[in-house]
Design a protein. Structure first.
Lengths: 378, 412
């Protein structure tokens, strides 16, 4: 294998592989990236067996072929190279393969592992749906933070994506709070090609993060092609393909926990609420992160009392007529929502101090966003 | 001034806990009153050995994050299987009473409860009735799992395969009530037994209710680890016997009532006396009779019953005799029937003979002298010895157990 590639192009694709490759893995070849050169392009593949990414960049290929080299090392090296043109050549000697990389006056020889041991990733099986990138980005932003990182209940380590003919929905929860976002069938339809019927899939947290990364650095104009085979989900973004092993299992019945009769409604300005919560949080109990909201007569009082650090209190004018209510929350859960909400005003809907509260943007256009959070007993 | 705020808190492990407002008070008490208090306590001889002071602030509970109630019960119940639809007779009243007690006071009445009885005696019915009764109490909101041993086994396998043991443990060890149906199938499945053992311990220590059903007592479950067996026998074992005639009549009446059909007394009596064996068969026969009568618009009489249930009754009539047992056993071991009766103590003969004797006792219900006579004039103690030997052997010897099952299958 021998090829020449533009440094900027090469680096961009290598960057994308970094999130997928595991730093510490028991299978050495998984820390490698697979390079395959043919015709006029270079294809790169990285995987941790759960998630894989395959991308392409144009290259002048002198001789086709393939090899695998440590992904992190190659990335770190290419990042620090100065010249624009990088020459790569794979050498095979006495059963051990190596990659020679040269660029201007720099030169390196990296030992590689034979391609045969690299896991084979499935091919894109054809698109089932087309998802608009801008909307998808927003949806991931609004839900990904609520995915659980505890391993005890594995279906919560993923967000559920529901594709319907007209709409797309994403739900994530960790058992304490739940983020739900659905596209408006009219306004957000542009660029969306749904499936016939209904398709529910679990997208693992890592896949959500990587997908978000692919979307932020997305040179192509078109939509994201979504595909699925028996065991994998596929997201094709331009020349890049994200492949993720499907999680099977029962996502909890989230509809049952979404409040239906919360009639104590407060409307609050988002930025000032976030600022107040952030200030009060400094003096909350460090282990529980508990703060208390007191609502009464167009006024919101936010109170915290950590046993050592002191007591803090904020009051703000809101619009509220639901009668006096005291309710405790984990401030992190509130702030994470406020950071994702993107709305001038938010609406908080409560029933009583023991039932889940629902928070949502006060006005919405393309997305119907609901955030349900369980209170804290204080 | 110093003593006034002190309050009695509680007594635990021979220590008396006294609640004081804060750290300062505690230090002051310890420096000034400790000996005085200890002395006083000893004189009063209340069975208290130590005095501990706790600060009031410590007892304030930490804020607790509430969780979504996703954990809908892992239980699929048949709504027909409730206590109301269970017909109680002499044969099952003990098991019914035990189940009822458990349903009323989970983990307080009998723990674990082990229900056993033959096929179609109502084990699953009782088990599901317990489950539904517990779940129908909305105040308690107990977390309950009802699984068959097979489901449990598959969950163990899948958790191992996909490396999800942690989630498995979390699921089963945070329950308030665990109900496992047909536990006899756990025999020989080592890893499942191990998981069951640990789950059992975790739940039992946490004072959670556990209920098992099995088609035989723990002692007779083959390849069951001793530590599990002893745990099964730990609580209450209740058996369900085949129903007596009156109970069978009552069952028939109740079932036909549920279908809004009046079953004449003499038909019920006829069916109850003719159909031996289990309740399921009884219900099946009833369903057939009712279906026939409603489809052909005939009246339900003893005559129609006789006609409709001819084949069932014929099979029932075929009674297991010692002769038939001898024949089947001889066939199985490639012997002649007469071989079983001669005076020959070679292992080739003795072993099948013991098996045949055992089966004669178990299946034909013959008396010991009767068995002795038909097997070539053996003394009844010889017969008893043979039967005991097979009974014990069946627990340890898998192959023997298999042969016995096969033989009794052929016979019935």
């Amino acid at each position: 294998m021998e090829f020449t590639v533009e440094r900027a192009d090469f680096l961009k694709e290598l960057t994308l592989s970094q999130g997928v490759v595991e730093r510490k893995t028991t299978i050495p070849i998984l820390s490698n990236i697979l390079l395959e050169a043919s015709e006029d392009s270079l294809q790169m593949t990285a995987t941790d067996l759960e998630l894989g990414i395959r991308s392409k960049c144009s290259a002048k290929v002198k001789k086709g072929g393939s090899t695998t080299v440590p992904a992190k090392k190659l990335f770190d090296y290419v990042r620090q190279l100065e010249d624009n043109e990088i020459k790569c050549k794979a050498t095979e000697a006495a059963g051990s393969s190596a990659l020679q990389v040269s660029c201007g006056r720099s030169k390196v020889r990296m030992p590689g592992l034979a391609k045969e041991n690299f896991p084979v990733l499935p091919e894109f099986p054809g698109k089932l749906a087309v998802l608009p990138p801008a909307i998808l980005t927003q949806m991931i932003k609004r839900t990904a933070f609520a995915i659980s990182s505890e391993e005890s209940r594995y279906t919560l380590n993923a967000a559920m994506m529901i594709l319907k003919p007209e709409t797309m929905t994403m739900v994530a929860t960790d058992g304490h709070r739940l983020a739900y976002v659905e596209t408006d069938p009219v306004v957000a339809k542009e660029g969306y090609e749904g499936v016939g019927g209904e398709l529910r899939v679990l997208v693992p947290k890592k896949a959500m993060t990587e997908l978000q990364r692919l979307l932020t650095d997305n040179p192509s104009e078109g939509g994201i092609e979504f595909g699925k085979d028996d065991n994998h989900l596929f997201f094709r973004v331009g020349t890049r393909l994200l492949i993720c092993r499907m999680l099977s299992g029962q996502f909890p019945n989230y509809e049952a926990v979404m409040p239906k009769a919360n009639d104590k409604i407060a409307t609050i300005e988002q930025t000032s609420l976030a600022a107040a919560v952030r200030r009060v949080s400094l003096f909350s109990d460090e282990r529980s992160h508990a703060i208390r909201l007191h609502l009464d007569n167009d006024e919101l009082k936010i109170v915290s009392s950590g046993s050592e650090s002191g007591e803090s209190e904020e009051t703000m004018a809101i619009s509220y007529a639901g009668g006096p209510l005291q309710i405790g929350f984990n401030w992190q859960y509130l702030l994470e929502f406020l950071a994702a909400a993107d709305s001038e005003k938010v609406q908080m809907e409560f029933k009583d101090e023991q039932s889940a509260g629902q928070i949502r943007p006060a006005s919405e256009e393309k997305l119907r966003y609901r955030y349900v959070v369980m209170p804290m007993r204080i | 001034m110093w003593l006034k705020p002190a309050r009695y808190s509680h007594v635990q492990d021979k220590s008396l806990y006294i609640l004081v407002p804060n750290e300062t008070y505690r230090n002051w008490y310890e420096q000034n009153f400790a000996e005085l208090l200890d002395d006083a306590m000893r004189k009063l001889s209340l069975g208290v050995e130590r005095i501990e002071l706790i600060c009031g602030e410590q007892t304030k509970t930490a804020p607790k994050q509430a969780k979504f109630d996703f954990d809908a019960p892992m239980a699929q119940f048949n709504p027909r299987y409730t206590f109301e639809t269970f017909v109680v007779g002499r044969s099952n009243q003990f098991a019914h009473a035990a189940a009822d007690a458990v349903a009323r006071n989970p983990a307080k009445a009998y723990n674990p409860l082990f229900l056993y009885g033959g096929v179609g005696m109502g084990k699953t019915h009782l088990l599901q009735a317990i489950g539904q009764a517990i779940l129908s109490n909305p105040e308690k909101k107990l977390r309950l799992a009802y699984v068959t041993t097979n489901q449990f086994l598959h969950e163990v396998i899948n958790s191992l395969r996909y490396d999800r043991m942690i989630s498995f443990h979390e699921r089963y060890r945070n329950l308030d009530v665990l109900m496992v149906d047909d536990i006899q199938f756990v025999g020989g499945k080592e890893r499942t037994q191990e998981e069951l053992f640990h789950t059992f311990n975790a739940l039992y220590e946490g004072q959670k209710q556990i209920v098992f059903t099995s088609d035989r007592p723990p002692k007779e479950i083959p390849d069951l680890e001793e530590r599990l067996r002893s745990r099964f026998e730990w609580g209450l074992m209740a058996d369900l016997q085949p129903p007596d005639l009156e109970t069978k009549v009552a069952i028939l009446m109740r079932k036909s009532e549920l279908q809004s059909v009046r079953l004449p007394d003499e038909v019920a009596l006829f069916m109850a006396s003719k159909i031996h064996g289990n309740v399921r068969e009884l219900e099946g026969s009833l369903t057939r009779l009712l279906a026939y009568c409603s489809l052909t618009a005939t009246e339900i009489t003893v005559g129609t019953a006789q006609q409709v249930l001819k084949s069932t009754l014929a099979a029932q009539e075929r009674k297991i005799t010692i002769e038939s047992i001898q024949k089947v056993v001889a066939d199985e071991f490639r012997l002649r029937v007469s071989d079983l009766m001669v005076k020959n103590n070679s292992k080739k003969i003795v072993y099948p003979r013991q098996i045949a004797m055992y089966l004669s006792r178990e299946l034909a219900g013959a008396s010991l002298p009767e068995i002795g006579r038909t097997f070539g004039g053996k003394h009844h103690t010889t017969v008893l010895h043979s039967i005991e030997k097979i009974k014990e052997g069946r627990l340890a010897d898998k192959d023997l157990n298999k042969i016995l099952h096969k033989l009794s299958g052929t016979l019935q």
